[in-house]
Design a protein around this ligand. Structure first.
Ligand code: ZN
Length: 340
């Protein structure tokens, strides 16, 4: 992240964003520490913090114990846990509805089979909120995650614009929609702070997807299709893929149950090559296939055989793999509506 300050009057919003990012990356900080880190004057930071507190985005914590005399510094923290979002995560077989905080703490979860009917999805979401006595107007935002490219209709599962319009009409709250793998990568960056360099995220089960986190930013193509490793052709004239071609990684890696060593090898080769192109310093796995640690271990071994420049400790299953249903939607809402 960029820690340098901005002193132009017109950069007020950017300065607030900078303070929020600093608090996200480093945890609670005093105004004085924020001013030093942001390279802004204490007076400017104090004013910006007053605004952020009034907006409900930042709060004072208990003062830190200080040795000896002198003014005590009151650390400020982000108000992520106070904000509740509705997360809707659509996979090809299932839709997850989650009530969780902006920092990804789950309050309630409902999972249903996938349905293409947007009106039915909105109705289910309304009933879900009502069952947990949550008034829609108290939601911070609604975050929707889907498989595939959002702008091109997510393989025909849902039309992104129609989904946003339907939730907006029903809840009158801000709505954001994004590819599920990109949203999850965003969540990883928010949860653990994104360093320099590139990390390749690979989702396996159900379906295959990928995202690239580079210098704290999730890379995005014009059609949201960048880094779609699922459509690498790994076997000419192989199995037909839903994208219309044959032999894509997604089609070849789609297995019921434990993947064979051949399938693991195919996936590993694609990941190792992609990591090479990116000069990636890490590969993070997630998805239902990695609920079995043996699959992750076998894949990791093969990747490291093909690409020995990757640090072994940086090839791993995401610790949040069991929070897939809502970590992406929460991160998406935070990115679009909180850190702005
Ligand atoms: Zn394909």
């Amino acid at each position: 992240m960029n820690d340098t300050g901005y002193n132009l009057r017109s950069m007020r919003t950017e300065n607030k964003k900078l303070l929020l990012r600093l608090l996200a990356a480093r945890g609670p900080m005093s105004r004085k520490a924020l001013a030093e880190a942001a390279q802004l004057t204490p007076a400017a930071v104090s004013k910006l913090c007053t605004e952020l507190i009034a907006e409900g985005r930042v709060a004072e914590t208990a003062p830190a114990e200080t040795a000896g005399a002198g003014r005590r510094e009151i650390p400020l923290r982000l108000c992520l846990q106070e904000q509740l979002i509705l997360g809707v995560n659509a996979e090809t077989t299932q839709i997850s509805y989650a009530l969780c905080t902006l920092d990804g703490q789950l309050k309630a979860l409902l999972q249903t089979p996938f349905t293409a009917g947007i009106a039915a999805v909105v109705k289910t979401a309304q009933d879900f909120l009502a069952a947990h006595a949550v008034a829609p107007e108290t939601l911070f935002a609604v975050g929707v995650c889907v498989v595939g490219a959002v702008q091109t209709g997510s393989y025909g599962l849902w039309d992104a614009q129609a989904v946003c319009k339907a939730f907006d009409a029903a809840f009158r709250r801000p709505v954001a929609i994004e590819n599920n793998v990109k949203a999850f990568a965003l969540g990883q960056a928010q949860l653990r702070g994104a360093g320099k360099g590139a990390t390749l995220f690979f989702k396996w089960g159900p379906g295959v997807g990928s995202a690239i986190l580079s210098n704290g930013t999730v890379l995005s193509g014009a059609e949201s299709g960048l880094a779609e490793i699922g459509h690498y052709i790994v076997r000419p004239d192989g199995k037909p893929c839903r994208c219309g071609r044959r032999g894509c990684l997604e089609a070849e890696a789609a297995v019921n149950g434990v993947p064979s060593p051949t399938v693991i090898d195919t996936v590993a080769l694609a990941l190792a090559n992609t990591a090479t192109i990116l000069a990636a310093d890490g590969v993070v796995f997630f998805g239902t296939q990695f609920a079995d640690p043996a699959v992750a271990e076998a894949l990791k071994d093969r990747i490291l055989q093909y690409n020995s420049t990757l640090p072994p400790a940086a090839v791993l299953t995401a610790p949040e793999n069991d929070r897939l249903a809502y970590i992406g939607p929460a991160a998406l809402c935070a990115e679009r509506f909180f850190f702005v």
